[in-house]
Design a protein around this ligand. Structure first.
Ligand SMILES: NC(=O)c1ccc[n+]([C@@H]2O[C@H](COP(=O)([O-])OP(=O)(O)OC[C@H]3O[C@@H](n4cnc5c(N)ncnc54)[C@H](O)[C@@H]3O)[C@@H](O)[C@H]2O)c1
Length: 437
């Protein structure tokens, strides 16, 4: 990737489109509205609250990220989306039960203005879901054409300058890349013949790329992680990325595991279990959708701990992940981790983590950051996989010849160095030898 020669300023309005207007998406919409009205604080958002050090530690140059790289402002964001249920964002947010009635009431008028467009949906890919707000079309290609039309109409109606799309819809069943995913020609033919390897999420990604709209995948579905769409994104100069927002348990895993490795502490086993009761939990109750999530959650430890490089420490650990749908908890997930570690001379120790988290409260600021950073990438002429945004994903997409980087701290360094690099600032290596000359 070449360094951007220039970055177009974020003038005009930015449309943020989410396939899926459920818990995560409506929490993002309501929260953004409350923040831009000055009634709340964007906690959890690096783009809104984070700073970046520039130059030497003695220079005291620490601007906010959003001022350093000129991100779109919250007041310029216009939300839109698709869902298989016809509920407006207010009703959907009330059903999701993430926000309390006081916050919901404050955002009510605004949320009621956001009504979902008809979804490209097929129950074969999300078994535990049935809805009526669904597009009709003879072929999957027709559905993709309808999505393209939605994007164009939305842009025109709202007088938008630019758009980004972030997949916030349900997790689809597990799929592996197949022959029809290998190149654009085969992919388009497969859409026209209703091939089962073309999932609805791929139609959204295809439509976004066709319209020059960056696409980020917040779920673990294969979606845009296939050669056909990667090549298409490069050809159309569109940034893409995924997969699966890194929130609760995996966030903790990618914080703790690098710590063990840093101190050369060994690992015998890591058992993770969750209870959650929102619609996401209901969808994940289907073994097909759970398999997609499980694969996404399992990868992180292997990559961080490098068992092949450290066989005595990480050569034999057991890693299990369980998700249990338990309605009384709603969006307030509880994630338990039992971690069996060992230290000097192999003596065993245990760590127990009980994270009483709120899924969508953790996910909403991630969607906001992704929308703003993907818009930045597009304005900077960057295209294809945006690996520097791995920070936000459980299962980061990366170039074929690479392995994904999961360590949260390396991911953050990569993100910030990419911003410095884009802006022509010196990269920070943390060497610091010059202070002791
Ligand atoms: N909240 C988190 O912490 C978190 C973390 C990582 C990933 N995710 C993923 O983000 C996604 C959204 O999570 P959520 O809690 O908002 O789920 P949710 O079930 O509340 O919302 C998803 C919405 O997508 C809709 N939908 C399903 N298929 C669709 C399609 N083809 N087109 C349009 N709409 C469709 C559903 O009707 C539903 O309203 C899920 O895939 C979830 O796995 C969430």
């Amino acid at each position: 990737m070449r360094r951007p020669v220039s970055i177009a300023p974020p003038k005009g309005k930015l449309g943020v489109l989410t396939p899926g207007m459920g818990a995560v998406s409506t929490t993002l919409m309501a929260g953004t509205e409350l923040v831009r009205r000055g009634e709340s604080t964007p906690v959890g958002s690096l783009t809104q609250m984070g700073t970046i050090r520039l130059g030497k530690r003695t220079e005291s140059r620490i601007p906010r990220i959003k001022d350093f790289v000129k991100l779109a402002e919250l007041k310029d964001i216009v939300f839109g989306g698709w869902d298989v249920f016809p509920d407006d964002a207010y009703k959907a947010a009330a059903k999701a039960g993430v926000l309390d009635s006081r916050d919901l009431a404050k955002a009510e008028k605004f949320l009621k203005t956001i009504r979902p467009m008809k979804a490209a949906f097929d129950q074969n890919y999300v078994k535990n879901l049935q809805g009526t707000n669904v597009k009709k079309g003879k072929t999957k290609f027709d559905l993709a054409e309808q999505l393209r039309e939605d994007i164009r109409d939305f842009k025109k109606k709202n007088k938008l300058d630019r758009l980004v799309m972030v997949w916030c819809a349900s997790t689809e069943v597990f799929m592996r890349p197949e022959a029809v995913h290998q190149d654009l020609d085969s992919f388009e033919k497969a859409m026209k013949t209703n091939h089962p390897a073309i999932a609805p999420s791929m139609l959204y990604a295809y439509a976004a790329i066709s319209e020059g709209v960056p696409f980020a995948n917040g779920a673990p579905n294969l979606t845009v992680d296939i050669p056909a769409l990667e090549d298409f994104a490069k050809e159309k100069q569109v940034p893409i990325g995924g997969k699966d927002f890194k929130t609760g348990q995996t966030l903790m895993k990618t914080v703790l595991a690098p710590g063990f490795k840093a101190r050369m502490i060994g690992l015998n086993g890591w058992f993770s279990t969750n209870i959650l009761g929102n619609r996401d939990g209901e969808v994940l109750d289907d073994p097909g959708s759970f398999k997609t999530k499980e694969e996404s959650k399992l990868g992180a430890l292997e990559y961080i701990l490098q068992p092949k490089v450290y066989p005595e420490l990480y050569g034999k650990f057991t890693h299990k992940v369980r998700i249990n749908y338990y309605p009384p908890r709603g969006d307030n997930k509880e994630g338990w981790d039992n971690i069996d570690i060992f230290g000097w001379l192999g003596y065993p120790m245990q760590i127990k983590v009980d994270f009483l988290c709120r899924d969508s409260i953790l996910a909403a600021p991630i969607v906001l950051d992704l929308a703003l950073f993907f818009d930045l990438a597009k304005r900077a002429g960057m295209r294809g996989i945006q690996e520097w945004l791995s920070f936000y994903f459980k299962s980061p997409m990366c170039a074929k010849e690479l392995y994904p980087e999961h360590d949260l701290f390396i991911q953050l360094m990569k993100l910030k160095n990419t911003l410095r690099w884009m802006m022509g600032e010196e990269l920070i290596t943390h060497l610091g030898a010059e202070y002791y000359d």
